[in-house]
Design a protein around this ligand. Structure first.
Ligand code: AQP
Length: 333
């Protein structure tokens, strides 16, 4: 089997959480360990599409890198770098914004969600965010992009940009048409407080998410306080349709233990939710607490983190500057 070329990114906008782990980082590590060629990027240019405190941003770039390493991304096997240190991303984004169509961007639901009711006040950067994401991916000829379910639409846009460029410039294979790698089951982890909202770094309530830096006690408390309802433990998949919070907790359990929900229905039949939550907290702690400890350790080694980013940036620079040169050539520059 030929090795895949993987590219994916995570925004340094706060503490990474269980959603980032299940939807992205866990898969990054599996793909790396299957000997694919992997590039993992701390997408700091994406982060500034909404206002960031410059001092905090610097810390968050390092913290996100620590989280990558603590989850098992190995800088000897994979390239780890931050986006703003490689100029080809900004340059490529401009060139591809001349290929992308307004109508395509107008359909992006994440912009609508993040801009909220006052679109006029959203940054232009937030609007063209998916074009920068397309540049990130296409510059490295990535064949596959592991993302959470929420990024599916942006990846489709990257595919459309790739195909349009190849056709407009009569260059059939200049850009790869990247494939999304999205988990089939439970691709979106939801807030612990509202099963219809995705778990997110920017949710004002810390109780809505399990951070990858939480302590054992914090994890137990958050799961204990997670929203449930007064009905008994479900007996089948069908009854989960109207119980999004329960579906989410069961999804987290199954995803971390690699079990099917069907097995849980018999295991927890006639048990109350406090018992299930206790077991769930054990499962989450088993996976997340070792990561949390490692992140704390790495956060104290700023020199090492900076070295990882610097070395990764050099490699990314080398790869992307070749592609950007060819791209500019195609445009006629
Ligand atoms: N809740 C989630 N469930 C599954 N996957 C998720 N991802 C994010 N949240 C979930 C996936 O993690 C990767 C990195 O995402 P990101 O942090 O760059 O951007 P995001 O999706 O905007 O994440 P947040 O937490 O919601 O950040 P803020 O609050 O800053 O906007 C992506 O592959 C994403 O799919």
């Amino acid at each position: 089997m030929t090795a895949k070329k993987i590219f994916s990114g995570v925004q340094p906008t706060g503490n990474l959480h269980l959603g980032n782990y299940i939807g992205a980082l866990k898969n990054f590590v599996e793909l790396q360990n299957e000997n694919n060629k992997c590039i993992f990027c701390v997408v700091d240019l994406h982060a500034v599409t909404v206002k960031q405190d410059p001092k905090l941003l610097k810390q968050n770039i390092r913290k996100t890198t620590s989280a990558f390493l603590a989850c098992g991304i190995n800088p000897k096997k994979s390239i780890i770098f931050n986006q703003s240190s490689v100029p080809a991303h900004s340059e490529g984004s401009w060139l591809l914004s001349c290929i992308a169509r307004m109508g395509w961007l107008n359909r992006m639901t994440q912009f609508k969600e993040k801009a909220g009711s006052d679109k006029e006040k959203a940054s232009v950067g937030l609007y063209i965010y998916p074009v920068l994401m397309a540049a990130d991916i296409l510059l490295y000829d990535a064949t596959h992009v592991p993302v959470g379910d929420d990024q599916k639409q942006h990846l489709e846009l990257a595919r459309d940009i790739s195909k349009k460029f190849n056709s407009d410039f009569n260059a059939p294979n200049f850009f790869q048409v990247p494939e999304p790698l999205i988990q089939k089951n439970f691709a979106r982890v939801m807030s612990l407080k509202d099963g219809r909202k995705k778990m997110s770094k920017s949710d004002p309530s810390d109780l809505s998410r399990i951070n990858l830096t939480d302590t054992e006690d914090q994890i137990i408390t958050k799961i204990k306080k997670a929203k449930t309802d007064s009905d008994p433990f479900p007996r089948d998949l069908k009854s989960l349709n109207t119980r999004p919070e329960i579906e989410n907790l069961i999804g987290i359990y199954c995803s971390l233990t690699k079990t099917k929900p069907e097995n849980l229905f018999s295991d927890f039949n006639n048990k109350n939710f406090s018992y299930f939550k206790k077991k769930l907290a054990e499962v989450v702690n088993d996976k997340i607490f070792p990561i949390s400890r490692e992140i704390q350790k790495l956060n104290n080694d700023v020199e090492y983190i900076d070295k990882v980013l610097e070395q990764g940036s050099e490699k990314a620079y080398e790869l992307s500057s070749k592609k950007i040169k060819q791209l500019k050539n195609k445009f006629g520059f």
